[in-house]
Ligand binder design. Structure first.
Ligand code: PLP
Length: 401
């Protein structure tokens, strides 16, 4: 079980008493991660993969060790982890680096964050591909049978989120991957909202690519990871080439390295990657199952309170077992931004409002083009956080009566 009071001591941001319910946008960062970042700056501030003096070796060791920790988090091998800036860059890397042929098909879903949607729209337009969008029901549910009609022998890639950043629903990745692989297609999983919150095992999912961001999993901003299944690097050209990614260069030729460094041209985000490794270790020490259980309890409490609040429309399933700790809703008579401002000014409760970078979902499924209010929980949130949020929301609701 997770000891939330002990966890909270690690997060300096919480000392002010503010209530942070926006971890879907970005998470808070604990002291052990901050310490690890500062340790690099204080003790071995040198470039990686280049110098042979002691500090450079120490920096390279810390950077490569971070890759090991991040790999452990998703049960991958370190050689399968590429450090990038964020999940968005990881998805763009695959979209621009994968060779497509005219007539190839890409399959994605209406649940996707723009970062896993518009890169595919762009390759569809530039490379004359077909883009097939799997629609969910009103609550965001997607079943393997929804995918089956979209996947055939022309499908090159299926790109799907493991957890919706709006509805918290979790498409059945394992079954989708099986359908795709049976037709010879590749599978990219957007793990931005799953990897920080639950046990994710790339072997079990059998995905080919998995993308996630450090800043959503208690790590620093400016770093993320792309998992490329062993043996598939040959299919993906790097976004950038240059220093660090080169095996050999002559006057009129170059040969790229193999392994992660093929994709990590230039000086990488060293401190940030070290911090991401520390964050992976921090989460694993607490236990992904403990984090998931803790969030489920908070989600159940929040859903129950929202159901009992006048004028609330909850989007997505009402059952905490069917969703992650991300709840989008609207309050009748209020613009979502006004609700977010009122929560902050009345009680210091921070939530997100708007379309959460998921306009197709808001327009076509939720029919809520003005957006929604989104509250999300993480390992450091408490029952009291949820209660203050709900009480303030009830006050806001009553203010219109
Ligand atoms: C599901 C999902 N995918 C991708 C992203 C993009 O993440 P980043 O902004 O870190 O690149 C987000 C960010 O909110 C997200 O929620």
């Amino acid at each position: 079980m997770l000891d939330v009071n002990k966890v909270r001591e690690d997060f300096p941001f919480l000392k002010s008493g503010r209530i942070y319910l926006d971890s879907t946008a970005t998470s808070l960062t604990p002291e052990p991660v901050l310490e690890k970042v500062l340790e690099y700056y204080r003790e071995c501030r040198a470039n990686v993969g280049r110098g042979i003096y002691n500090a450079a070796q120490a920096a390279t060791f810390a950077y490569e060790n971070a890759r090991v920790e991040v790999a452990k988090l998703i049960n991958a091998k370190p050689e399968e982890i590429i450090f990038v800036r964020n999940a968005t860059e990881a998805i763009n890397l695959v979209a621009s680096g994968l060779k497509f042929h005219e007539g190839d098909k890409i399959v994605t879903t209406i649940l996707e964050h723009h970062s896993n949607y518009i890169p595919w729209l762009r390759v569809k337009n530039t490379k004359k591909l077909e883009l097939s969008v799997v629609l969910s029901d009103m609550e965001g549910h997607l079943s393997p049978s929804d995918f089956a009609p979209h996947i055939d022998g022309h499908t090159r890639l299926v790109a799907v989120t493991q957890t919706s950043n709006v509805l918290g629903v979790r498409p059945p990745i394992k079954e989708i991957a099986k359908l795709a692989h049976d037709e010879g297609a590749l599978v990219l999983v957007d793990g931005a909202q799953s990897v920080p919150h639950k046990k994710v095992d790339v072997k079990e999912l059998d995905c080919d690519f998995l993308t996630f961001s450090g800043h959503k999993m208690c790590g620093p901003t400016g770093v993320g990871a792309l998992y490329i299944k062993e043996g598939l690097q040959e299919l993906i050209e790097p976004l950038c080439i240059g220093g660090g990614s080169i095996e050999d260069v002559g006057l009129d030729y170059f040969r790229l390295r193999t392994g992660p460094s093929k994709y990590e041209a230039g000086t990488p985000p060293i401190a940030e990657a070290i911090g991401m490794g520390a964050a992976a270790k921090y989460l694993l020490n607490i236990g992904m199952e403990n984090i998931e259980d803790h969030e489920r309890n908070l989600t159940r409490r929040m859903l129950q309170g929202l159901i009992n609040t006048d004028g609330i429309t909850i989007f997505g399933p009402k059952d905490a077992d069917k969703r992650a700790g991300i709840i989008s809703f609207n309050l009748k008579g209020f613009n979502p931004h006004d609700v977010a401002v009122a929560l902050d000014t009345s009680s210091g409760v921070m939530v997100r409002s708007g379309h959460h970078c998921a306009l197709p979902l808001h327009k076509h499924i939720l029919k809520s083009p003005n957006g929604t209010v989104r509250a999300s929980v993480y390992l450091y949130n408490t029952n009291e956080d949820v209660d203050v949020f709900l009480e303030t929301l009830q006050e806001i609701s009553r203010s219109l009566a």
